[in-house]
Design a protein around this ligand. Sequence first.
Ligand code: GLV
Ligand code: MN
Ligand code: MN
Length: 413
Amino acid sequence: MNLQIDSQRLDSELQELAAFSETPSPAITRIVFSEQDVAARAWLKQKCASAGLSIREDAAGNTFARWQGTDANSASVGTGSHIDAIPNAGRFDGTVGVLGGLEAIRALQASGFAPKRSIELILFTSEEPTRFGIGCLGSRLLSGVLKPERAKTFKDREGNSLEDLRRSAGFTGDLDRVKLHPGRYSAFVELHIEQGPRLEAQNQEIGIVTSIAAPAGLRVSITGSGGHAGAVLMRERKDAFVGAAEMAIAVEAAALRTGSADSVATTGICSVFPGAVNSVPSHVKLEIDVRDSDLARRDAMVTVITEECKAIAGRRHLEVDLETVNSDAPAACDPAIVSLITNACQQLGLTHTKMVSRAYHDSLFMSHIAPTSMIFIPCHLGISHRPDEFASLRDITNGVTVLAHTLAALASQ
Ligand code: GLV
Ligand code: MN
Ligand code: MN
């Protein structure tokens, strides 16, 4: 199949999408259900409609743009990713999978290919945990991993509920109806930047994902006692922040101690109350991210972190409350899709390697309801979640070409 990917159009669209941001270029910030997110969604839907795709949105804001196949009764083939971006992010995370997926569909249409199975481009809501403290909100709901009753309790830091925010963004249906029935998709493939340095360092054009590491999230609430920074003597203090600081060191140590490069643990959020320079911190909230490709090792890290936090609190006479936000298993990718991606790379003469995804993706949850794999492209120096994140147009075009061939093969089955 000779496919023409319109790289210039894709490049322009990636740049246009980057303009929907709460922070000035090159930093991208696009928080779910914000004004910028809603505007970017409208822009994207217009692009999908122009490509002749029919659009459905669910109550969580997951958006499905469908290219109808010749066999309307067969399960569809899915592709897609997210367009929300963490604060101070780059412009390729997620967006390459969404706009690249659209470009793959347009290239297939232009070639005259007629899919037997319908092909659906999915825009997942809130892959990033920024607003509600949990990643992959949309795909968790779609797959049934997250129960709607729990999602209905979610609030952002300002106290706005997910229920109100999604309705204000125009998604008024019932969250109970978001879950997809198994068999809805015969396959799901997500194109994404690697977000690590391996492909570039090894001079490989394509990464074929065989598994996705297991993430867990913890929230730690620490209560001490506050007071005047001049008047409360050091020996009398119950400083919640210094306890939290020791806990963050313990988080780092727990990951280092496993001896495996696959173990990672991060304290990414620390909010200090009352947050005045002349006031002893009385209350601190930490949010901790723990990941490993090995589930038992990840769980062991979480246990160590939990015990250490309690021990530190005990020594410092602080109260501590730990909440598990998520504790997900790793995903194994589907060998048949991995083979199809490998075949596409071979036919196209692209260098390729199999790899584990250290970042999580909506594919982690789509794998619960459909055979799934991912196509990775290099990103410069592995930099991601930073404004200087960069993927070359050549690498993006390669990824889209491999995706288009893989979708064609899957839609013909
Ligand atoms: C996704 O953004 C992740 O944190 O892995
Ligand atoms: Mn991300
Ligand atoms: Mn992403």
